[in-house]
Design a protein around this ligand. Structure first.
Ligand code: SAM
Length: 195
């Protein structure tokens, strides 16, 4: 039940479940501490070992945290399905093989929880990454972004993501946001469904 979830990331995970199937390839564009990466792997991992998660982050610390969460939580063969890259998400097309169809590209914007708050996603590269995601996502797929609006920089990035989603063609995309009306500072999930 999506609307009963309290956290924006849980709301996003619930929506992913309706889109992602076992065996799919998905992208975590902001690994951070790895909770989204793990949730994604649990959706795609299947017995034939086909599902894949490509994860990226610009901070070594984030990739180390993600790697240890995955080691704690997965079997070695499940963990092999996740590939992590120390790459800016605007360059995702350089690490994802050209011939794969991507079902989900997920962003959880902002800074690394428990890390350096000065190192955060910024609108300019976020927009480039959204454009790249739009190019690699397959029909029926989803771009998901959880955006923080409780501080000025986050608010600015929210406006940029919202403008990007609002500008996508109605022929190819269905875009919506799930803003909590009685919690105006809560992070906002924005969803872009590719037709
Ligand atoms: N998904 C994470 C989780 O489940 O723990 C939380 C992500 S955290 C809010 C945002 C992350 O984005 C940080 O770890 C930060 O280093 C990373 N980041 C910032 N700019 C980036 C960029 N240009 N490309 C990729 N990752 C970036």
């Amino acid at each position: 039940y999506i609307f009963g979830k309290k956290k924006a990331t849980d709301v996003a995970h619930s929506v992913w479940k309706h889109v992602v199937r076992r065996g799919d390839t998905v992208v975590d564009a902001t690994c951070g501490n790895g909770y989204d990466t793990l949730a994604m792997l649990r959706l795609v991992a299947d017995l034939s070992g086909k599902g894949r998660v490509f994860g990226m982050d610009i901070q070594e610390e984030a990739l180390t945290n993600t790697d240890s969460l995955l080691t704690q939580s997965l079997t070695p063969s499940e963990k092999e399905l996740v590939k992590l890259f120390p790459t800016c998400h605007s360059k995702m097309e350089e690490v994802i093989p050209k011939d794969v169809l991507v079902r989900l590209v997920a962003f959880n914007l902002g800074y690394l929880p428990g890390g350096d708050k000065e190192i955060s996603t910024v609108s300019e590269t976020t927009l480039l990454a959204l454009e790249a995601a739009g190019r690699i996502i397959e029909p029926g797929g989803l771009i998901s972004a959880v955006v923080y609006v409780g501080h000025p920089k986050g608010r600015e990035e929210f406006e940029a993501v919202q403008a990007f989603a609002s500008g996508l063609s109605t022929e190819d995309w269905v875009c919506c946001k799930l803003q909590m009306l009685n919690r105006p500072l809560a992070p906002v999930p924005i969803f872009m469904f590719k037709r």
